[in-house]
Design a protein around this ligand. Structure first.
Ligand code: BG6
Length: 494
């Protein structure tokens, strides 16, 4: 599949020399995602000629220690093997700086350290700040970046912020106000790693250049859209965060609603980054707000009980380490939502996500209306256009093919896919975009705010225990109520 065909001035720019400041350099995300992503970009020659990377953390380490940790991380997590002949050159870009985000002196010293390194490398003060830190630190960091003058550059400056972006509508607004006191909206890059997934980025380039698929995208033919993000893993060691967040904050407010927007955007022609953002905002504005009736009928909350996943017996959520007793937290969420615009009016979108489900799968399924004459034949099922996002990356069409020996029709899948091993990972794409200054696949504040607005009544209802908490056995396809949600409208989850 071709790369996304977006007209973006930023994409055409060559990458400028810069400093990349990583807050949270010894953290899990840095090791699993950020260092491997930077290394693979390096292997592809997608880095500035000269780059200073400064890793910040409280742990007393030397730059050599950090480089050693990075090397280990690359061996463990890089999608491509580490190449000994260029590894040192890559690691040489990194320096470690002992830093306490709550201490003013730390910023003064950091500024000096950064400037010295810029002078040593002869690079301008283009600075990219990457915040992979606990949300409670963001406020101080952003204010101190400003007060210390670190973010007052002659060159460009950008801020990449990891999720969670707030814990509800109010806190998200507060956080955003803090960021916008110091940075302009076009300097803020809110990461949603689902937007970096190749298949999500490819939706547009899949449909627009293919008249045959455009014809399928005819809304009079579509009966419903289903978006699934299921996982086999449980809460793991993250209970202290997850037990407060639940699936609704962890997956729905951000990833699932972004998938809804990306699916619903219409790409009749090439769109610029700003046009895509505008369209996504319009989609969110057209989604019906959650009503009392929705809470009763169209919102499903679930929690896993003990079960078997991939042949292994696993605990129920309530028994997991760190989960508070009798927790009502949601580990599963499903909903029906309606987009009231000219394209999607009357076509329901069903979304669901859950931990400890039967399979790891992220997919978008467009289901087509059935031909009432044809369904009289035995075995006929609806046609589907299936976009597999993760772990498989493929597009397939489900069609009915006659089996003459049994005199029945059988569903057959016509698939087209590309070798996923060769595809850059989400973080590679997003870091690259951040470095060249292309914000197309980052979440704009409008989208984030509108998503929180949609989710807020659900958060309130969950907090007040006004929505039933359905259970489902680990390793299953989720609570029965979620099947009922689609069945009521004459469908099944695909
Ligand atoms: C993260 C969530 O944002 O996404 C995790 O915090 C979840 O709970 C993960 O497991 C899923 O991402 P992916 O890329 O594996 O689908």
């Amino acid at each position: 599949m071709k790369p996304l065909n977006v007209e973006s001035a930023a994409r055409k720019k060559s990458m400028e020399n810069m400093t990349f400041v990583l807050f949270g350099a010894t953290g899990d995300l840095a090791k699993r995602k950020i260092y491997p992503a930077l290394y693979n970009l390096y292997l592809d020659g997608k880095m500035p000629q000269s780059m200073s990377v400064i890793g910040l953390g409280r742990t007393p380490l030397s730059s050599e220690d950090l480089q050693g940790q990075i090397e280990d991380a690359l061996h463990q997590f890089s999608r491509r093997d580490v190449q000994n002949d260029n590894l040192q050159d890559f690691l040489d870009k990194f320096r470690y700086f002992i830093f306490d985000a709550m201490k003013e002196e730390s910023y003064v010293e950091l500024r000096k350290f950064m400037e010295e390194r810029e002078a040593e490398l002869g690079i301008p003060d283009n600075r990219l700040f990457y915040l992979s830190v606990a949300p409670r630190l963001i406020n101080s960091i952003v204010n101190e970046l400003d007060a210390s003058g670190i973010s007052r550059t002659n060159g460009w400056r950008r801020l990449i912020v990891e999720k969670p972006f707030g814990t509800d509508l109010e806190s998200a607004r507060e956080l955003n106000a803090t960021l916008q006191e110091v940075f302009e909206e076009d300097e803020i890059y809110r990461i949603d790693h689902y937007l970096g997934k190749p298949m999500v980025q490819n939706i547009e380039s899949l449909i627009r250049p293919n008249p045959i698929l455009q014809a399928l995208w005819d809304h009079s033919q579509i009966s419903n859209v289903q978006i699934t993000a299921s996982e086999t893993v449980g809460v793991g060691s993250r209970a202290s965060y997850y037990d407060k967040a639940g699936a609704i904050r962890d997956m729905v407010q951000n990833h699932l609603l972004q998938l809804v927007m990306m699916t619903a955007v219409h790409h009749e022609q090439k769109l610029s980054s700003t046009q895509i953002q505008k369209k996504k905002r319009e989609i969110m504005e057209s989604i019906s707000p959650v009503s009392e009736q929705d809470l009763e009928n169209n919102i499903i909350r679930g929690q896993y009980t003990p079960g078997v996943v991939s042949g292994e017996s696993v605990k129920g959520y309530q028994e997991e380490d760190g989960v508070k007793e009798e927790s009502h937290n949601d580990t599963f969420f499903a909903a029906k939502l309606c987009i009231n615009n000219e394209h999607w009016n009357g076509i329901p979108f069903y979304i669901r996500t859950g931990k400890r489900m039967n399979e790891k799968a992220t997919r978008i399924v467009i289901e087509f209306k059935e031909d009432s004459e044809a369904t009289k034949d035995v075995g006929i099922v609806s046609n589907l256009l299936i976009i597999e996002i993760n772990p498989n990356e493929s597009v397939s069409l489900r069609v009915n093919v006659a089996n003459h020996s049994s005199d029945k029709f059988e569903p057959t899948y016509i698939g087209f896919s590309k070798n996923a091993d060769q595809q850059p990972e989400a973080y590679e794409r997003l870091l690259y975009d951040g470095m060249i200054g292309d914000s197309t696949f980052f979440a704009h504040w409008h989208e984030v705010e509108l998503s929180w607005e949609w989710v807020q009544p659900i958060l309130d209802a969950f907090a007040g225990n006004e929505v039933p908490l359905h259970t489902y056995a680990a390793g299953s396809t989720g609570p029965e109520a979620s099947h009922e949600l689609v069945r009521r409208d004459g469908f099944n989850w695909n």
